[in-house]
Design a protein around this ligand. Sequence first.
Ligand code: NAP
Length: 437
Amino acid sequence: MVDAPAPLRIALAGLGTVGAGVIRLIEANAALIARRAGRPLEVTVVGARDRGKDRGIDLTRYAWEDDMVIMGERADVDVVVEMVGGSDGPALACARTTIEAGKALVTANKAMIAHHGLELAGKAEQAKVALKFEAAVAGGIPVIKGLREGAAANEIERVYGILNGTCNYILSTMEDTGRDFADVLAEAQAKGYAEADPAFDIEGIDAAHKLSILAAIAFGGRLDFAAVETSGITRLRAADIAQADALGYVIRLIGMADTMDGTDGKCLFQRVQPHLVPFNHPLAHVDGATNAVVAEGNFSGRLLFQGAGAGDGPTASAVVADLIDIARGEIGAPFSVPVSELEAMAAADAGSRRGRSYVRLLAADRPGVLAEITAAFRDAGVSIESLIQKGRSDDDAVMVALVTHEGPESAVTHAVRLLSGSSSLTEAPLVMHILGD
Ligand SMILES: NC(=O)c1ccc[n+]([C@@H]2O[C@H](COP(=O)([O-])OP(=O)(O)OC[C@H]3O[C@@H](n4cnc5c(N)ncnc54)[C@H](OP(=O)(O)O)[C@@H]3O)[C@@H](O)[C@H]2O)c1
């Protein structure tokens, strides 16, 4: 008689949205997962802050561990799933001790991977254990697997996408309703689509965490979160959305990474910023809390990954996919190639990039202002494709929105700098780049 294969014994650190989702998924799909993984997935131990909290799931069949940091040291655990969050603190301590104990680690924690991914990957390689984080980027979308496995034969030329569901929900609601940012944000918080403290989302930091992880995998470079040029959506007004619409665009928060040739080899460009996206681009049709990632491979062409970027079910789907890989014995380098072989790429200078930009200015309603603005752009060598001046806005300023012809970004930055001391402007100019084909 053949012995039944040993189950993969799992510790769950954190039982919030994602943790509870993982338990529900493993319970609901246990038989098919065991068939595909070649052995059952068995949760042996769980832990969170409050043991008494009603989580709508029966936890009585699992051992309870108060200290998640020592979960990986338990004899009844093969892999720890970290679903607590935070770049440092208990999540990082849990990750380190787990790997040092020779156990595999799965995490949904993009902040921790963006800040400490290289260190953890180095430790995992040394310990010959798996470190997997599919759920950390774009929730339920298997984009890390897509790049690491499906597109592994390609040189990736560019990777970009909509990486934050909260921002996308806010932007598409502003678009549908004509309402202003603050109003839609308040509603999103009331409905639970935005956190009570939404700063990480609306300032673009969450998207920057995810972009830096994607970029490392796509380009085989050392993860460099600090180099992501990041701006969020807080300065957008309903009038920007309306103006973009009149010009044939929607506004989306886009994370964008590509490589450029620098004087000392390859440079990595990473930026999170609201962009104008042409109506005919696939990302223009990504609405609500959905995420989407585009990767351009030199043989595959454009690949589009789209789906739910958050939520208990989709995120659990990504976590359990990692667990199935581990149950099958797949380790693999966390960033596709060993840490020592990841290329150290200098951060590319945005100024040398070319493209078209949208610039919105709010100016005092007095004669000569338009001439002053156009003179600054002329003096900076920026060629204007279209310019629209709108009547008084709510705060007694006029709005001037212009779109530039293709040219160096440095020239637009120069024009904005020329205007920075102007007493005519009532607010700093807002620059958004236009997504090219
Ligand atoms: N939510 C999503 O859709 C989503 C999507 C992708 C990735 N992620 C990532 O997944 C991770 C978890 O997110 P989540 O939404 O599930 O968070 P959450 O709902 O806030 O859950 C966090 C869990 O961690 C526990 N916890 C917090 N501090 C702890 C500590 N010091 N010791 C032990 N347990 C502690 C909490 O315990 P109590 O329940 O007892 O308070 C809770 O169960 C984060 O890294 C997040 O960025 C989330």
